[in-house]
Design a protein around this ligand. Structure first.
Ligand code: FAD
Length: 453
């Protein structure tokens, strides 16, 4: 093989975090030479503490390990079935944590680093990459704290609108947990060309008393503080709701909770004093986000406060709100189904920068990107990742299923799964439904993996 061939056939992975480490492991095990380019410890981030690969920046938990009733646990199962480095190493450094998979973080990251360095197909180059190369096979897995210069280079390729530097996440609710005897579907002033557009929003009405109690609770709720230096420039156009409420008790009623242009069909003669609106968050219509309700309230406080909203008393949240420093792409518009940048197919993205959220989800997207890139180098055609698997539900969401206009980072959850026909909806049927999702997912994922054996 010529020197030139060796160069172009190598897979370059930028960032050796959760996603980059997993991608490298998967590709290397398929027989592809991999170089991991990691900027730490030369260049640091505000959250990482070491120069190790696979460092967990905050909590030491990979969340639920229940692969029958929990979507994260299912993702664990799927990664284990694919010989995932992160899961295998987590198991070796597991700490007692009830149903969760928690690990001893330092030995965990040291072990990830040692295993990758010992792999005959992997080498590590400690350097910051600051541009998007035009040649060769690349995976960028630089995470929520992508270095500034690289962030600028990505932005000049994608356009300013398509790369965010922080997330402003409004809570997302499972559609089937909303009480439709109180809520109704209607767009303000019935705007829209089609019936679907005229009924695009789900509305929850409030009386004056309910509104006053809601504002009191919002003001009193426990909030999370920002990290130092984290807030700069964040707040243009997306203030946390509690900050809006602090500016005046009526501010929200003139903003996201405006009661205008809406008629409550359950009580047509009574004008609501305020209205909370929810909007579809995925093409399946199983998830709705609470419009304009980005927040820094602590998670426990959020569920208490949001369940005061009429219609959301029994709401089940697919994810709660938050605002963080987070570099992420508008993947539904920028990436193809194999996580390649449409405008530059020699570049893939993986991990949190693709708009998933969390260690597990990031590692999962690294696993897929590593296998896809290696298959491409080896001249193999891969079958589409089955949408019924947790891996497939997640990649499908970020590369097409999510609403591009309001795209915000997503955790894996059962709301991303296609419904299983013939099962009971609502709370009662939940246990059977989740078991049906996970059984179906395991079968689909196992079949997908067979093409590698
Ligand atoms: C403060 C904070 C707290 C978090 N807490 C949690 C939590 O408790 N639980 C959870 O599940 N998730 C948490 N997350 C999200 C977490 O970051 C991700 O879940 C996960 O680490 C992302 O994996 P990743 O591989 O995409 O990015 P990372 O794990 O961050 O890896 C990216 C790697 O790329 C490197 N890099 C960046 N730019 C360059 C460059 N230009 N050249 C070379 N290397 C580069 C970085 O040094 C880093 O090693 C947190 C995130 C932040 C920022």
């Amino acid at each position: 093989m010529s020197h030139f061939m060796t160069q172009t056939e190598t897979l370059h992975i930028v960032g050796g975090g959760m996603a980059g480490s997993e991608a490298a492991w998967q590709a290397a095990n398929m027989g592809v030479k991999v170089v991991i380019h990691e900027m730490r410890p030369k260049v640091e981030t505000f959250a990482h503490q070491t120069g190790n690969l696979g460092e967990m920046v905050c909590s030491n938990s990979f969340r639920s390990d229940d692969d029958e009733q929990n979507a994260v646990g299912l993702l664990h199962w799927e990664m284990r079935a694919a010989n995932g480095l992160i899961m295998q190493t987590a198991e070796e450094h597991r700490l007692p944590a009830g149903g969760a998979l928690a690990v001893d973080r330092e030995p965990f990251a040291e072990s990830i680093t040692a295993k990758l360095k010992a792999h005959p197909n992997v080498s590590v180059s400690y350097e910051e990459i600051t541009s998007l190369p035009t040649e060769g096979h690349w995976i960028f897995a630089t995470g929520p704290l992508t270095s500034t210069q690289l962030g600028q280079a990505i932005q000049s390729e994608t356009g300013a609108e398509a790369l965010a530097f922080f997330d402003a996440i409004a809570p997302i609710v499972y559609a089937d947990s909303i009480d439709m005897s109180q809520a109704w579907m209607q767009s303000r002033y019935d705007k829209g060309e089609t019936e679907e557009e005229r009924t695009a929003y789900l509305n929850c009405p409030m009386t004056k008393e309910q509104h006053e109690a809601f504002i009191d609770a919002l003001l009193a709720a426990d909030k999370t503080e920002f990290h130092e230096g984290e807030t700069a420039g964040y707040f243009d156009g997306c203030l946390p709701i509690e900050v809006m409420a602090e500016r005046g008790r009526e501010t929200l009623r003139h903003g996201p909770m405006k009661p205008v242009g809406l008629t409550n069909p359950h009580q047509p003669d009574e004008k609501p004093y305020a209205v909370v609106q929810l909007r579809r968050d995925n093409a399946l219509g199983t998830l709705f986000n609470i419009v304009g309700f980005q927040t820094k309230m602590k998670y426990g406080a959020q569920t208490d406060v949001f369940r005061m909203i009429p219609g959301l008393e029994d709401a089940k949240f697919a994810r709660l709100g938050g605002i963080h420093r987070n570099t992420f792409l508008n993947s539904p518009t920028l990436l193809d189904a194999q996580m390649r940048l449409k405008s530059r197919p020699n570049i893939r993205f993986a991990g949190q920068i693709t708009g998933v959220e969390g260690y597990v989800e990031s590692a999962a997207m690294g696993l897929l990107a590593g296998r896809m890139a290696a298959a491409e180098i080896l001249g193999k055609t891969l079958e589409t990742v089955p949408q019924d698997s947790a891996m497939g539900a997640l990649i499908h969401h970020i590369t097409g299923g999510a609403e591009a206009k309001t795209f915000q980072p997503m955790n894996v959850n059962f709301g991303l799964f296609q419904p299983v026909e013939g099962l009971k909806g609502g709370r009662r049927g939940r246990k059977d439904r989740y078991k049906a999702y996970t059984d179906r997912a395991k079968a689909a994922w196992s079949t997908w993996l067979e093409q590698f054996s």
